[in-house]
Ligand binder design. Structure first.
Ligand code: PLP
Length: 242
């Protein structure tokens, strides 16, 4: 399959059109302007050719959740002038690699990671926008369901401070993943409160990255500014995603 495969191009074009229709309908219902809602195509497990197709269809923002996959894909598509979003859990020892190609890191959930990303970005002569990932799942914070990343909501403002004070980092706002099996509406309402608290202190930190293929309507209703869509655009993935 290549980026000139007409069937794949048509499939992604139709998926994109359907996703945009869902976004417009959800914005109409929430009395919001669709121009306030940005779409990030999460391309994990899909080939760089799909990234080329998305770019040819007007997508400017792409996301990945594993450095091992993101780094080569960003290199293979370096000619496209895309904005790269890193959305997965991140070990501090991957900060150097991620800081070399990512434009926005959505998953900053501890001070140590903020400092590592900032120091690595500075060394590379780059600036990174960082979002504080908030854990909205009581079960995972208690260790019941295993860690999915994210800071306790009470710790989020302190992590925002660590990002804002680093010269190589820009505090963009917040990000969250709705709890598995939970109510996305309640979770995204809580995220909105955390976002508002941070925005009170940092007026330019306006990003609320919330909403995936299954819950984008709830996210839009609760103020999301960025949606991270994978399966809705590219179809199902093999279940090997870590
Ligand atoms: C994979 C992933 C997405 C996209 O999920 P879909 O359900 O395929 O839309 C969004 N956010 C994160 C953090 C992801 O890992």
């Amino acid at each position: 399959m290549s980026h000139t495969d007409p069937a794949r191009i048509e499939q992604i074009r139709a998926n994109l059109q359907a996703a945009r229709a869902r976004i417009e309908a959800a914005c109409a219902k929430a009395d919001r302007d669709p121009a306030e809602v940005s779409l990030i195509a999460v391309t994990k497990t899909h080939p760089a050719d799909d990234v080329r197709i998305l770019s040819s269809l007007g997508v400017t923002d792409v996301g990945e959740n594993r450095d091992q996959e993101a780094a080569p894909k960003a290199a293979q598509t370096a000619d496209l002038d895309l904005t790269w979003h890193f959305v997965g859990q991140l070990q501090t020892n991957k900060a150097k690699s991620v800081a070399s190609y990512a434009d926005v890191v959505h998953s900053v959930d501890r001070a140590k990671l903020a400092r590592a990303l900032g120091d690595r970005a500075a060394a590379a002569g780059r600036r990174l926008t960082c979002l504080v990932q908030v854990d909205l799942d009581e079960g995972s914070r208690a260790g019941v369901l295993g860690p999915r990343g994210g800071a306790d909501p009470a710790d989020a403002p302190g992590i925002a401070d660590r990002i804002a004070e680093h010269e190589a980092l820009e505090l963009g706002g917040v990000m969250a993943v709705a709890p598995l099996g939970g109510d996305p509406d309640a979770a995204f309402a809580r995220l909105y409160e955390v976002a508002a608290e941070i925005r009170d202190r940092y007026p330019r930190a306006t990003v609320i990255s919330a909403g995936m293929s299954g819950d984008l309507e709830a996210a839009i209703a609760r103020g999301a500014t960025h949606l991270r869509l994978g399966t809705a655009l590219l179809g199902s993935r093999d279940m090997i995603v870590g």
